[in-house]
Design a protein around this ligand. Sequence first.
Ligand SMILES: Cc1ncc(COP(=O)(O)O)c(C=O)c1O
Length: 376
Amino acid sequence: MERFDRSGTGSVKWARAGEGRIALGLADMDLPGPPEIGAALAERAGHSAYGYTACDPAGRELVAAWYRERHGVTVDPDWVLLLPFSPRTALRLLFTAAGPRRPVAFPAPEWGGFAQICDSAGLPYRAVPLARDATGYRLPVAALARGGADLIALSSPHNPSGRVWTAEEIRYLAQAVADSGGLLVSDEVHGDLVHPDHGLAQPVAAVVAEGASRHVVTLNSVGKTFNTSGVPSCFALVPDPGLRERLTTLMAGYGLWEGGLLEQVVQQAALRHGGPWLDALLGELVSARDLVLAALPDGAVLSRPEASYLLWLDSAALGLPADRAREVLLTERGVELSDGADFGPAGRGFLRLNYTLPRPLLRTALTRLTGSSCGE
Ligand SMILES: Cc1ncc(COP(=O)(O)O)c(C=O)c1O
């Protein structure tokens, strides 16, 4: 794609970057989503009945069909909660419903939302450094489970690196929380964006946990997959009926219930019609990833991405000062990246780059970032 004009749409990503700069920060893609979503929204908006709207149970079957067709796994439609609010809100509710007695454990670096949610919920947490081998990051499974952690949270695939965890890693953690009567929350909002050349399937935690599945929740969202986060929604696979009931009761106290008027229109249109669009997107992500990797100096990327559109960069390898890398790029080179410190203390000295931009703009951004021409 040559150009995607978001001016006048209130894009947070571009507002964060500021005038004249190229936005490579927020996890939001610069491309038009599947046309069927816009058509479904327009059709529903064309009917002026905007009153309280019931949850359409067909949505649960659609989620199950999505997992069957895209992931080749069986999801019981009864597990599915259709949530008309953002993944972050769902995580906050899940953490509260889990009621951990010991500190919440998650890897470091990690998507900053887990720490923020723990802080706002008054829950202590333990950030456990990721391990690394020749192929990239590994989950420090034994350290995460140490001391009988009763709530472990993960982004899977990993945000910020795009690493896809293995089924063995997930199963180990699921068994560990099952042994201590706890919960593994697997945040899989990037899980439909595994690169086709990765060769391994995304481990859907609620499914791969098998015997321990009642101690696992998978959270997913069409918001990340189809770039519809402006109409916040998500869905959770919750095999434990008791936890589903506790969540539903907790939600009711906040005036939240399953379904949502526009949220389920978007969710259903995406799941019903979005497959071919997603296949084309995945091809684009792989070629954009390779363009960016080829432009960067050796050692800049700590863990080669296997999913999504994110790169985790060592600022020192880019010749940038560790403590001011984002600021230097923003003020001197006109590109905005996410500051690694937003991913916890383990992220200091790092940057996260989102490479979903129209190709000409991506080339310009890489030239600005690296100081050498990328075929503009
Ligand atoms: C792994 C992960 N979880 C949750 C979220 C939160 O999404 P939202 O801000 O739409 O709630 C994000 C957003 O980037 C994310 O990357």
